[in-house]
Design a protein around this ligand. Structure first.
Ligand SMILES: Cc1cc2nc3c(=O)[nH]c(=O)nc-3n(C[C@H](O)[C@H](O)[C@H](O)COP(=O)(O)O)c2cc1C
Length: 381
């Protein structure tokens, strides 16, 4: 399929129009917090693709916020709502400080990371190792809830190390819920705190979705969101029969076009015409704006949109243009022109190949289409 089959272009300003604060659908679909990936540029792209999906920042440590780097970590675009700030930390006073800053900057939710297994995070005594200390998490949640009026939520695993009983995660959720947390995002695999890298910890421990579904049955009053290994709308729909929401990380990042189907499929919105060319152009506008406002180079933004044309003709060459180091000195609109040219060449090449194939068929078969030839041969036998 060619990209040029997309619906007509519409104005990029319309694409980026903000929506109101979170509505009742709340946590139905979200894109996961991902360090180095779900930065504000990535979220800007995702918001062009879905108006409803909840977006999460990368984890920001309370330490970083205490040391005065708030603007660098908290700046976001107004269009990103609904957007949640994920905090990493365990000291209640520090968490309260971070949450307060998040609310002041306009975030719609504060999420506490209790799922990250990296050793650096463990040394700071937060992330997944906090699952062994539900009372500490409860204290942190209470401190944050006392400090802000936006929702305070927790993202966690189903267990740590070889602790695989349902009772472990049930007691964790029960204790933290008593401190007032009403939304739990559950990555449906254990975190193994020793011997696995963070990447392996997202792949090796087995997924056990049934535990997350069971949490919803046991705590029907809580909002339970399932996360981990979900890649298709069919899988999302299956989960939504059991829990309140689904959070996608890697699939949303690598194949962001998936998000364009979500508002209609999962929020019942009217169909909206979005096309890749318009999204790309909107990103170029954004790159120009960010260069002026923050001195951000275009390639720090473009790296997040390399999956935009995944699976389409010319995608590889298009990707190469937007990640070509030699083009770094050029303004983004110039890079965009080169990328468009490459797509046009690939399209022409494809058209030529199709034309040549059609002509070959006409010459060899005297114009008879292949299926008819099959039938004729069969009949002659
Ligand atoms: C590059 C990368 C960075 C991540 N950083 C964070 C993070 O900062 N905070 C967090 O809670 N989870 C983090 N995660 C985990 C994801 O939020 C998510 O739980 C995990 O990838 C499983 O979901 P998926 O299979 O849909 O990707 C990260 C994942 C990736 C791939």
């Amino acid at each position: 399929m060619s990209d040029h089959a997309d619906p007509p272009i519409f104005l990029s300003t319309e694409l980026a129009s903000p929506i109101a604060k979170p509505d009742g659908a709340g946590w139905r679909l979200s894109v996961a917090p991902m360090l180095d990936w779900s930065d504000k540029h990535c979220r800007y792209l995702h918001r062009l693709l879905s108006r409803r999906t909840r977006l999460y920042t990368e984890m920001v440590t309370t330490g970083a916020l205490l040391h005065g780097a708030a603007r660098r970590h908290l700046r976001f675009d107004e269009t990103e709502h609904p957007v949640a700030l994920q905090l990493g930390g365990s000291e209640p006073a520090d968490l309260a400080h971070g949450a307060r800053l998040g609310e002041q900057w306009g975030y719609d939710e504060i999420n506490l990371n209790c799922g990250c297994p990296s050793e650096r995070v463990q040394r700071g005594a937060f992330g997944a190792c906090l699952m062994a200390e539900p009372n500490t998490v409860a204290d942190g949640v209470k401190a944050m809830r006392d400090a802000v009026s936006i929702p305070v939520t927790v993202k966690h695993r189903i267990g740590i190390d070889r602790e695989e009983s349902y009772g472990f995660v049930r007691d964790f959720v029960g204790t933290v819920a008593q401190a007032g947390c009403e939304v739990f995002i559950v990555h449906a695999r254990n975190a193994w705190l020793q011997g696995l890298s963070p990447k392996e910890n997202r792949e090796v421990p087995p997924l056990r979705y049934e535990l997350v579904h069971q949490l919803k049955r046991e705590f029907p009053q809580l909002t339970i969101v399932v996360n981990g290994g979900i890649t298709t709308n069919a899988e999302i729909a299956q989960h939504l029969a059991h829990v309140d929401g689904a959070m996608l990380g890697r699939e949303a990042y690598h194949h962001p076009w998936l998000l364009t189907s979500w508002d209609e499929a999962f929020y019942g919105d009217a169909p909206r015409s979005v096309c890749r060319d318009a999204v790309e152009l909107a990103m170029v506008d954004y790159m120009e704006r960010e260069a002026v406002e923050d001195g951000t180079p275009w390639y720090a933004i473009a790296r997040h949109m390399l999956g935009l044309r995944h699976g389409l003709r010319g995608a590889r060459r298009w990707r190469q243009v937007w990640s070509d180091h030699r083009l770094k000195p050029l303004p983004p609109r110039e890079v965009w022109r080169i990328a468009q040219q490459v797509l046009a060449e690939e399209k022409a090449k494809g058209d030529e190949l199709e034309q040549a194939a059609a002509e070959r068929l006409l010459q060899t078969e005297g114009g008879m289409p292949a299926p008819v030839r099959g039938v004729a041969t069969e009949a002659a036998r």
